[in-house]
Design a protein around this ligand. Structure first.
Ligand SMILES: Cc1ncc(COP(=O)(O)O)c(C=O)c1O
Length: 194
């Protein structure tokens, strides 16, 4: 029912790293999903079922389907600052303010790399600051990783944000899609982990 175990094991290694302690200690629950869309949807349903009063913070802008997915799962949505049109870069100050001002223990949807539609990602240093602030606020990071390998050309480097959060001791959720990086658009191959 969980899908192909082999595919799931390889997915975990791709996101967490070959030598991840989390994999060795079997601390990750994962299922195969209908590509990235299906993985997001399963997570949204999971969130609604187990934390029915929670809401999700979604970046402005974001892949438009994020709004549809969490709306269909009946999870209320809030937005957080992300893109700064004047500089065509990250609105880091606005993003940090929104993280600080969200109620403790909020769910945030973060694009792991190659943010869609802007292509703007935090630097490694900024991810570290974001992770630190999440820790202080006890927020839950849900990473949507639809483009691992596309931002830098190196799947390991593109997983940096996730690895930073793991190093900092966060419990995370992650949707993986193989539509673009493996060219499996029609096959709907994806994975959801927590
Ligand atoms: C940010 C983001 N997440 C998830 C997806 C879902 O992709 P798929 O369901 O095709 O794997 C996409 C596709 O465009 C995307 O851009």
């Amino acid at each position: 029912m969980g899908g192909s175990m082999h595919m799931i094991e390889e997915s975990l290694k791709l996101a967490y790293g070959e030598d991840s302690e989390f994999i060795k200690d079997k601390r990750i629950a994962a299922v195969q999903a209908l590509s990235g869309t299906g993985a997001c949807r399963l997570f949204a349903d999971f969130q609604k079922r187990f934390l029915p009063d929670s809401q999700i913070y979604i970046p402005t802008p974001t892949w438009s389907n994020h709004h549809n997915i969490w709306r269909d799962a009946q999870v209320p949505q809030r937005t957080f600052s992300y893109y700064h049109p004047e500089s065509r870069g990250l609105d880091f100050a606005g993003l940090m303010d929104d993280i600080k001002n969200a109620p403790n223990g909020s769910f945030f949807l973060l694009h792991a790399c190659a943010h869609n539609p802007t292509g703007v990602d935090p630097t490694e240093e900024q991810w570290r600051e974001i992770s630190y602030q999440f820790k202080l606020k006890n927020h839950f990071p849900f990473f949507d990783m639809a483009y691992q390998g596309f931002a830098s050309g190196d799947p390991e480097r593109d997983a940096k944000a996730i690895r930073i959060f793991l190093e900092d001791g966060h419990q995370i959720g992650c949707a993986q899609s193989y539509a673009k990086n493996m060219g499996l658009y029609g096959q709907r191959a994806g994975c959801l982990r927590e």
